[in-house]
Design a protein around this ligand. Structure first.
Ligand code: 0X9
Ligand code: ZN
Ligand code: ZN
Length: 452
């Protein structure tokens, strides 16, 4: 049974890969529009619907609002009529990207790079999936004292989903912090950050006292790419693919938005029942094997899990629950405080400004996200982090921004992790200092007592 599935999977992947033409975005533009009045909103929505435009921000015309920034891709052939239609209702626009295809790196070229040893793995480049699989292997070989790889499950196209567990041996019970990257295929900076994060931890766990302290109490679980099928598809066929690659309605449409597929107000807001939509929520909650893999894992580990981080792009946000409701979670003040601390540490590196808040209040409501599902399961600190940029390059963040993005994000993420560690392990937070302090206090006290 397994072998048959695997073969079918391989064939199912290989055939379309050979036949499918790569989608090119020659001459496509990305426009920024900020509608100032209600009638402009309505006009812009109509333009989006009638030209079937690919909205990037927000993701569907229904969520366009007065004075909210809109980013939309216009195919080269539609440029003239779309711009005319916009000017017709006095909508002014700014050209964010003049020719999208110019921004996209040539993946074939990148694929030619062959990695031989771990020191060759270039953390300032984007990597195709086979290189990430190799990196996972090499990481566990080279750092077997600290890093192990485990299977979370399989994707729709039957590829193994691996996560890394970073753990120091301990006799005391530990807690778990989870981080996943690559739910959305085109958000390449997220998997790049997961790789960076693991590198930083393994390289610094001996010299950095903060990482040392954290690893005493906490195991870090890192999932470098969840939506592997989609990620591969962005390399082979469509750089702007968002969803997974499951097949619907006899192959007339593909893919579920894996961040709309969780069993939390499933398919109510900011999602679609239309399988052609970028926000397709699937046929039922947890219908996708990728979602199921995460759900099974989190359910098994929920009593130990104290923090859940899910990495996305773009917009530069640290988001707290909820997405499915504008109601605030019970620990809102604390989670916001921690997010603000993280944003401020992040900003210290390169001055990058992140906004903090709930998704539903900052942007629009979205149900069925992993962040909300995990939070409602009882994981106290659950964050979605939307990495760079803020609109100049959007999903096509240039490789020369990988390093600064990862460095600043590392500062932010470590702030969250340290806070959570200190909260759950208060005595360990500054034990040596504490001991010294009580010794000093006791001896002063004794001296005073003895002298009087
Ligand atoms: O819409 C999403 O899935 C995320 N944004 S993205 O542009 N990367 O697609 C944000 C999800 C936020 N979720 C919650 N706050 N619950
Ligand atoms: Zn495996
Ligand atoms: Zn995303």
């Amino acid at each position: 049974m397994y072998l048959v599935l695997w073969n079918a999977g391989v064939l199912g992947i290989l055939i379309p890969q050979v036949l499918a033409m790569k989608i090119n975005y020659d001459g496509d533009q990305v426009l920024q529009i900020i509608p100032e009045h209600k009638d402009q909103v309505v006009c812009l929505q109509r333009v989006c619907w009638s030209f079937q435009l690919d909205l990037w921000k927000p993701l569907q015309p229904e969520d366009i609002n007065v004075r909210n920034v809109v980013h939309v891709r216009i195919p080269s052939i539609a440029l003239q009529p779309v711009k005319e239609a916009m000017l017709h209702c006095s909508l002014s626009f700014k050209i964010l990207v003049d020719d999208l295809s110019q921004l996209m790196v040539n993946p074939e070229e990148t694929r030619m790079r062959r990695r031989r040893s771990i020191s060759d793995h270039d953390y300032t480049k984007y990597h195709p999936m086979e290189e990430i699989y190799n990196w996972i292997n090499l990481m566990t070989e080279k750092h077997s004292d600290l890093v192990t790889q485990h299977s979370l499950g399989f994707t729709y196209e039957i590829r193994p989903i691996h996560y890394l567990k970073i753990s120091k041996p301990s006799n005391d019970p530990k807690k778990i912090i989870w981080m996943d990257c690559g739910i959305h295929a085109r958000e390449w900076i997220a998997p790049a950050f997961c790789q960076w994060f693991v590198k930083e931890i393994v390289e610094n766990h001996q010299k950095d006292s903060r990482i040392q302290k954290i690893l005493k109490n906490i195991d870090l679980y890192v999932l470098p790419v969840l939506n592997i099928d989609g990620y591969i598809y962005t390399w082979t066929t469509d750089r702007l693919w968002r969803k997974s690659r499951s097949k619907y309605e006899n192959g007339t449409c593909y893919g579920v938005d894996l961040n709309r597929n969780y069993n939390v107000k499933w398919c109510s807001f900011g999602s679609s029942t239309n399988c052609s939509s970028n926000l397709y929520c699937g046929t039922s909650p947890v219908s996708e094997p990728e979602t199921k893999a995460v759900v099974d894992f989190v359910e098994k580990k929920k009593s130990e899990m104290i923090c859940f981080l899910t990495m996305h792009s773009y917009s530069q946000y640290i988001l707290t629950p909820y997405g499915y409701s504008t109601n605030l979670p019970q620990n809102y003040n604390e989670t916001i405080k921690v997010a603000e601390m993280a944003a401020s540490e992040l900003k210290k590196k390169y001055g990058t400004v992140y906004k903090v808040g709930t998704f539903a209040n900052l942007l629009y409501e979205a149900s069925g996200t992993s962040q909300d599902w995990v939070y409602d399961l009882g994981v106290e600190f659950s964050y979605t982090i939307e990495l760079r940029d803020n609109g100049t390059y959007q999903f096509i963040l240039p490789e020369d921004q990988i390093q600064p993005t990862c460095e600043e994000t590392m500062a932010g993420v470590l702030t969250i992790i340290e806070y959570v560690n200190d909260k759950y392990f208060p005595n360990q937070a500054s034990k040596s200092f504490g001991n010294l302090y009580s010794f000093a206090f006791l001896s002063t006290f004794l001296t005073v007592v003895l002298l009087t």
